[in-house]
Design a protein around this ligand. Structure first.
Ligand SMILES: [Zn+2]
Length: 347
């Protein structure tokens, strides 16, 4: 019998708590320890609500580039050209690399705004099957992006659509896609006002359930989003890389449910805890506020029905003795469905 813990962060507060694990790996959360105690911190399950897995392999090449947002990830920009010119095998490998990194960062679920239509989904499936067989932790939940008229197939194989800015596609097309995703009972995710403000009434008329960025939204725009209970995912390190001015005080005072995501694999290592550390260091957030943004992602499931499954005894075990050690992100293991999975060679 071994107990991990000491400190537990839950629902925005710290308390004493332990994850008691027996020889068979059965795990239960308890207020008191049993057996040997490994000093550690129990965090909620980590969900990354906004990623792009396919471009992870471009990270080294991209690191040395001095380019703005549109040149880097906009239509016809560096990322899209590189993905178009890459072999399927390269992209599958890129997704595997992403899942490996995310697993080590303790990520249970990552919501992938998967590009490339049905073939993009197929690449993810090939990667995911191999990662699951290898025992890796992270499950990637795809929101697809139609390509060449394959809308219905994309919807069949995904949890919904994850589109770039509405302005990147013809308005009639955007409306058609939105209608289709809602009639299929699935989720519509959109990038919004990342670099330039978009008409929020127009965007909200598509009835999205998940918005990303919203940097250039006015406080009034954010209030409208909050009134509709639509969560907003911020991606601080990605924004900093592109010189975009994320105003966290504006986001948090508008009453919006804010979550933190890692965005492109080529831009940032897929660790929400690293994003939280960045928010504390660079945006002046309190530790509890930053961890609270990670915890907020758990509400994606009930609010959007996106299909993430976590239970009340599911925790992430991070090495450390003091609350701030959580931001070092040294994940020991996770418990899910009453079983403890320790970080090892295979994860
Ligand atoms: Zn994105």
């Amino acid at each position: 019998m071994v107990s991990y813990g000491g400190l537990r962060f839950l629902e925005g507060r710290w308390s004493e708590g332990f994850l008691v694990v027996d020889r068979e790996g059965n795990a239960t959360v308890s207020p008191t320890p049993k057996g040997e105690v490994v000093p550690s911190i129990l965090l909620p399950p980590i969900i990354d609500p906004h990623v792009h897995t396919g471009d992870t392999f471009l990270r080294d090449e991209f690191a040395g580039m001095e380019v703005g947002l549109h040149e880097a990830v906009g239509p016809g920009g560096f990322k899209h050209r590189a993905l178009r010119d890459s072999h399927t095998r390269e992209i599958v490998h890129s997704i595997i690399e992403f899942i490996e990194e995310a697993s080590r960062a303790g990520v249970r679920y990552a919501v992938d705004f998967r590009e490339g239509g049905v073939s993009g989904i197929e690449r993810l499936r090939r990667a995911a099957v191999r990662c699951e067989a290898a025992g890796m932790l992270t499950r990637v939940v795809p929101l697809g992006r139609p390509s060449n008229g394959d809308l219905n197939d994309v919807l069949e194989w995904t949890e919904g659509l994850g589109l770039s800015a509405v302005r990147d596609v013809d308005w009639d097309v955007a409306q058609g896609w939105a209608d289709a995703v809602h009639s299929a009972g699935k989720v519509l995710g959109l990038h919004v006002s990342e670099q330039e403000r978009e008409d929020i009434d127009r965007v909200l008329s598509l009835e999205p359930q998940l918005l990303v960025h919203c940097i250039e939204c006015t406080p009034d725009d954010l209030v409208k989003i909050a009134k509709k209970d639509i969560p907003v995912v911020v991606c601080p390190r990605s924004n900093a890389r592109f010189g975009l001015d994320l105003d966290m005080a504006k986001m948090m005072s508008a009453g919006v449910k804010v979550m933190v995501g890692t965005d492109n694999g080529m831009v940032a290592h897929p660790s929400p805890l690293s994003e939280a550390a960045f928010l504390v260091e660079e945006h002046g957030l309190e530790l509890d506020e930053a961890l609270g943004l990670i915890e907020n992602a758990e509400s994606l499931n009930p609010t959007t029905g996106i299909g993430l499954g976590t239970g009340p005894d599911d925790v992430t075990v991070v090495r450390g003795r003091a609350p701030e050690d959580a931001l070092l992100g040294d994940v020991i293991g996770v418990s899910s469905d009453g079983q403890f999975k320790e970080m090892g060679e295979d994860i």
